[in-house]
Ligand binder design. Structure first.
Ligand code: TRP
Length: 446
């Protein structure tokens, strides 16, 4: 079991890494998932729990994943073995398989985004909710979704096959600033809507203490935090393995987590005003995975040409965010396959892409399969997060020490991080994991 890559690429700069990692983190999870889950209930309590989990649990996981990647300088498949011995190969295998599973449905939702974009671009907005529902049905069914799934994957594959510097880093360097500008523009526009204040209140101020104890809200907040930060399945292991030994891991993690959380919140400040201005609360309260694709276009229809432009810009934004995330999901199995068999990058990319395309056919054609995969993903990410922190905090603590000591952050921060990684994060993650498994099983039984 040895790795076959001798030469590793490196990010050209710290900023290159931050934009790529933020590009991975910021995606459908922020722009579609955050609003989808926030509207499933929980209100402001959901938002608060989410922020708490990011700060207390996810930051240590983030640092643990990065330490694992940079210390081993191996692909996620081999990193745990490199540090902890062959007993830890199953963790590497989890890192290899999970992103393949996630990308197989992620690209289906990317395909809805692209189709919605083109539909609005060429044919305009649907006149009312029922027309919007019909449009969504045609977009998310049959050959159109398969074609979209295929094209989204091919685009992702083309970027990943160009490598770290010329592919992923270059694309994220262009796309991320565009994304931030569009996002701010949309948030300013949303603040001028008549229902803006109502929207903010619903999103941020409707606080119900009981929701903090609601298992569904807890599970949603955990799942959302891990999914949104791309944690638990080796993405940051892969990205950090291309970092120079000089970079400061805690500082980088904090920067990426802050950007990601801000984007999630700003997305809420866009979608909630739209929903409350155009009286879409009923659609949202029965929130399904398609809600965003139905409510936003039908809401904006009453604003004529301006609404159409906003909708085009919005779905363009979602697609840009999604593509910088999907490349990170593909990079993990691709670099692992290169590491395992000594394949060229291009060969690895196309083998894995074909596999993902085939695996994505069932969720593309069946909404039930898609929803099951999404809820399984939450559990998987939380489980992976638990293993990574446990591994770095308890199994190979010296490796963690050497990564943190190299980081040149103050000794207080280092001590705090180690304490969190060993004593605080694992039990809280275990708690979140139990609740998520319980909720998953409950959903299946009902
Ligand atoms: N974080 C991305 C989003 O919010 C999706 C994503 C990319 C992801 N890589 C991941 C989710 C790894 C879980 C694990 O859309």
């Amino acid at each position: 079991m040895e790795s076959k890559i001798s030469q590793r690429e490196q990010w050209t700069s710290k900023l290159g890494f931050i934009l790529a990692a933020a590009g991975s983190a910021i995606g459908l999870g922020n722009l579609w998932g955050f609003s989808y889950r926030a509207s499933q209930g929980g209100g402001a309590a959901f938002v608060l729990l989410y922020i708490f989990i990011v700060l207390i649990v996810c930051l240590p996981v983030f640092v643990a994943e990065m330490a694992l990647g940079r210390n081993s300088m191996k692909s996620p498949l081999f990193a745990p073995v490199e540090l902890g011995g062959t007993n830890w190969y199953p963790l590497g295998i989890l890192f290899f398989i999970a992103p393949i599973g996630i990308l197989s449905f992620y690209s289906v939702i990317m395909s809805w985004t692209a189709d919605t974009f083109f539909h609005i671009f060429f044919f305009g907005l649907p006149k009312d909710i029922s027309e919007a529902e019909n449009v969504f049905k045609s977009i998310s069914g049959g050959s159109s979704v398969l074609l979209g799934h295929l094209l989204s994957l091919v685009l992702t594959a083309m970027i990943v096959s160009s490598g770290i510097k010329k592919g992923i880093e270059k694309v994220t360097r262009y796309f991320m600033p565009i994304l931030f500008i569009i996002l701010l523009g949309l948030a300013i526009w949303a603040s001028t809507l008549s229902g803006a204040w109502e929207g903010y209140k619903t999103f941020l101020l409707k606080f119900d203490f009981a929701e903090l104890k609601n298992p569904q809200t807890i599970r949603n907040a955990f799942g959302q935090a891990f999914f949104s930060l791309s944690l638990g399945i080796g993405i940051m292991v892969a990205y950090a393995s291309y970092l120079s030994k000089k970079s400061n891991l805690p500082k980088l993690s904090f920067g990426v987590a802050t950007l990601d959380t801000l984007v999630g919140l700003i997305a809420g400040l866009i979608t909630f005003p739209i929903v409350l201005t155009f009286g879409l609360s009923d659609v949202i309260s029965e929130s399904t995975i398609g809600t965003l694709f139905i409510s936003i276009p039908s809401g904006l229809a009453s604003s004529g040409l301006a609404g159409r432009i906003v909708a085009i810009v919005f779905f363009g934004l979602v697609f840009i965010a999604a593509i910088t995330s999907s490349v990170s999901l593909l990079e993990v199995p691709v670099s692992s396959l290169m590491d395992k068999f000594g394949y060229q990058r291009i060969k690895s990319v196309w083998i894995i892409t074909l596999l993902i395309f085939i695996l994505g056919i069932p969720p593309a054609l069946n909404g039930g399969v898609l929803e099951t995969l999404i809820s399984l993903t939450d559990v998987l990410l939380i489980f992976g997060g638990f293993l990574v922190t446990f591994f770095m905090g308890w199994v190979v603590p010296r490796r963690l020490d050497s990564e943190l000591d190299d980081s040149k952050v103050g000794t207080k921060t280092v001590r705090y991080l180690k304490f969190m990684m060993r004593w605080v994060a694992p039990p809280i993650i275990a708690f979140g994991l139990l609740i998520s498994i319980f909720e998953l099983l409950k959903g299946w039984i009902n």
